[in-house]
Design a protein around this ligand. Structure first.
Ligand SMILES: [Fe+2]
Length: 401
């Protein structure tokens, strides 16, 4: 699979060219011929929330996403409401129970707002499911077609950590707005004058939090079942503060379009942020979604104007001469970054700018990262300590530290 083929229709529609995407999310060339489970990219992140109608509004009004499709009682769906939102190549599907006996209501009771499905775009669903089954994965849905007047989508699904799944989607024969059962629906929300066209262009990575001792098992799962390779390894001291620690390893598909850092708590003097997540999510799940932006300063300004709160970065972070020496020249003056609390990290390939929101919902669980890559294929390892100390300050305020 060439990189050009890795661009999906939504990316083309979002007018992302290959160079932009390469820069945005750190794409690499790879030879797919020996890949037992070829993945071309993200299809959608499917959320279960307590109030899909209001969450869809939030993603439009605060995060600048566009509503593109809908399913609900008016379209014959008596179980739940679902809103499909897009920003560039990123697609979110926000679902909420309509019928009190919906399985989604049980899911929400247990987990709160979160990501239930990290759906991936694959060229051959049958081949992937056959390989996953042969490797002992739990197949939740055998390959099958769903069709309507816009064509046919082939789907299958496998289980991953916790109650999270990967639906595998081949929509190459489909022209509808999302999936059969959904109707096209456009935003009634009108952007403010001067608002940027979009605040992010793509999903960069989705981080999974798993239980103590389970990280290596999930790394091995992604290696064996999905043919993902290990990108980087962050362990022990690297990401320990004085109080808590975690271990993190990163797996990625062949072209690095899909990257999954996997965290597990490590023993520390206090409850780690991963422990807090596991307690309040009710088990393993998706911890954060990194949204790729080509202008993090404008994006942060726009989000702040909408009341989105970010983790605070101490001034000492920017005044640290070691940090200044390490990051060297970046595209914006350090004062501009400091004003917004944007973090910088550099490695041998380049640098990245990043910032993290506070948890999105009521529970201290899932949150967003914004990331602007300039050559760096990393995840901000140099920032982990500063970042975790910021998270711990928030945890302490919540009485969970
Ligand atoms: Fe991240």
């Amino acid at each position: 699979m060439s990189l050009e083929q890795a661009l999906n229709d939504d990316e083309r529609l979002a007018q992302l060219d290959l160079e932009q995407l390469k820069q945005l999310v750190g794409l690499v060339e790879y030879d797919a011929s020996g890949d037992p489970f070829p993945v071309s990219g993200w299809d959608a992140l499917v959320w279960v929330v307590g109030n899909a109608t209001q969450t869809a509004h939030f993603h439009q009004s605060a995060f600048g996403m566009e509503l593109v499709a809908y399913s609900g009682p008016e379209t014959g769906n008596r179980d739940h409401l679902a809103y499909v939102l897009q920003s560039g190549a990123a697609r979110f599907v926000v679902t909420g129970a309509y019928d009190p006996s919906s399985a989604l209501a049980d899911h929400h009771r247990k987990h709160g707002d979160g990501i239930v499905d990290i759906a991936l775009s694959v060229p051959d669903v049958d081949r992937c499911i056959a390989h996953a089954a042969a490797q002992g994965a739990t197949v939740l849905e055998q390959p099958h077609d769903v069709s309507d007047e816009f064509g046919t989508v082939r789907l299958g699904a496998i289980a991953t950590y916790g109650d999270t799944r990967h639906t595998l989607v081949d929509r190459s024969r489909y022209t509808g707005p999302y999936l059969p059962g959904y109707v096209e629906r456009r935003s009634t929300y009108v952007k403010r004058d001067g608002a940027p066209r979009r605040l992010f262009q793509a999903v960069d990575h989705v981080v999974g939090n798993v239980e103590l001792g389970a990280m290596d098992r999930w790394v091995e799962f992604y290696n064996r079942v999905m043919g993902f390779t290990n990108m980087a390894e962050f362990v022990g001291e690297d990401i320990a503060t004085d109080y808590s620690a975690l271990m993190s390893k990163v797996v990625a598909n062949g072209n690095h379009r899909v990257k999954f850092p996997l965290n597990e708590p490590a023993i520390g003097r206090k409850k780690s942020q991963i422990d807090e997540y596991l307690e309040f999510y009710g088990g393993p799940g998706a911890q954060h979604v990194a949204l790729a932006t080509n202008d993090i300063l404008t994006t942060v300004d726009a989000l702040r104007a909408e009341g989105i709160e970010f983790l605070a970065t101490p001034d000492s972070y920017y005044e640290d001469p070691e940090l200044r020496a390490r990051i060297g020249e970046v595209r914006a003056p350090i004062e501009e970054l400091q004003e917004r609390g944007v973090l910088v990290d550099r490695d041998e390939d380049g640098y990245l700018l990043q910032i993290f929101t506070k948890p999105l919902g009521d529970r201290p669980t899932v949150f967003f990262e914004l990331i602007e890559r300039h050559g760096s294929l990393g995840f901000g390892i140099g920032n982990f300590k500063a970042l975790f100390e910021a998270i711990e300050r928030e945890q302490r305020k919540r009485g969970n530290f």
